[in-house]
Design a protein around this ligand. Sequence first.
Ligand code: FE
Ligand code: CA
Length: 530
Amino acid sequence: MPPVTLHDRLLAGLSRRELLRLAAWLGAAAVLPPFQPRRAHAQQQFADYPFSLGVASGDPLPNGVVLWTRVAPRPLESAGGMPPASIELGWEVARDRLFRTIEQKGTATASPELAHSVHVEVAGLEPAREYFYRFRAGGEISPTGRTRTAPAAGAAVDSLRFAVCGCAYYEDGYFTAYRRIGEGDFDFVLHTGDYIYEARPTSARLNRKVREHVIDDVFSLADYRLRYAQYKLDDDLRTAHLSAPFLMSWDDHEVANNYAGEVDGANTPREVFLLRRAAAFQAYYEHMPLRRPAFPSGSSMRIYRRLQFGSLVDLSILDTRQYRSDQACGDGSRTGCAEALDAKRTMLGDEQERWLFDNLATARARWTLIGQQVFSFARDLGAAAPEGRYAMDKWDGYAAARSRLYARLTDARTPNPIVISGDVHAHFGAELKQDFADVRAEPIGVEITNSSVSAGADGSDVAADWETTRADNPHIKYHGNRRGFIACTVTPKQMRMEFRSLERVTEPDAPVKTVSAFVVEAGVSRLSPA
Ligand code: FE
Ligand code: CA
């Protein structure tokens, strides 16, 4: 008889209703007999359920995905409650949620150096197929995740559905948007960054807190690990990860607000800030379903990468933080900042820019997606300022780099370019122009910007400054200031974007609705109301 596990004890003491809830969270594992622990695992006994941070999958290829979990029986305690030793985990990939047809299985080592996280790169699966996965350790079974492989290279694809989201500030609101994503039927989820927030709340935020970070400011590796652990304990967030593979990217708050390359906004000496960046990057790697090329090296980590979805989508995921020049004119929003126009300024760094430009020249899929963080379209914030007023943290503060990017899209005849961004806690849909001042110029691409999961609290239907800036930004076709995400459906003929919003995030479980929808027809870089 297998030893009585925490899993069994947990189930024994629960009402039927609680059991059903738990079953929904754990997946089929909860209603199946637990695994017979293998000999090698027999000595592993956990103080508490070791998989409470959930599981995740990411970066689908035609032949596989990367599977993630972190073993942490006491997630908010030092080392997640784990002893300073490596342990072996088992993993399984099946065709069905009940694991009747196990496709692959194996073991992975969770080491204390990486906070007992594992990143299993499963290969040898079939393209464009749904799979289910789970982990086990010491007789305990993880929740069951659903994932999906990418279509085969060059294969015809009828339709692809994905969600775009970012900016989840724990104290500002509930992560209901993540839950609604989890309830959707998406092939993948693209995350535009600000998965965590690293700092104590501003005074505005202090007054509207709906829940609290366990520590205010994070600097060390242990601090960042604790922050990720607290976020990963959120059931809405875990639900989203269980539902589909995530394509992760980061923005500033995974390290420090509005940091730029090797400098933060507080004039910290470079070599000191880089220690913090190294800690932040390592913790990010430890908590995300990222593949081996993203493995951190000192204070660097390469997260820019290209993913293909048959002949339908060619996606480049960018990093607009790690390699950028410092914000011009001291950051903030500025009028007449000459420095912002300096051709030497970079948003991507030379190497990433060359890599991207090569991708854009060789893209052969119907749609070319550029997933990144800060919006690339011009946004004039100053109706009163004749020269316009622009946010220095966005591509507006890196105007020459933007010109190079847009020129490349045109010169290389990149098929149907769609830029995707986040960061500003508001939905936007915009048409892109080499010269935004030229109202009659044909757009050269389209951009969509996701609102936040919760940052900024409930928001409003439109931002207070929107009416005054609308006339100065005719290329911006949509703006919404509620929290939410974007649901995209791509077909060979068109791309449909649904801006989804929640009436509130300061109370849990609000319903979501599509507040506006647009389509882009292949061959026409325009946003049309759907
Ligand atoms: Fe944000
Ligand atoms: Ca941001």
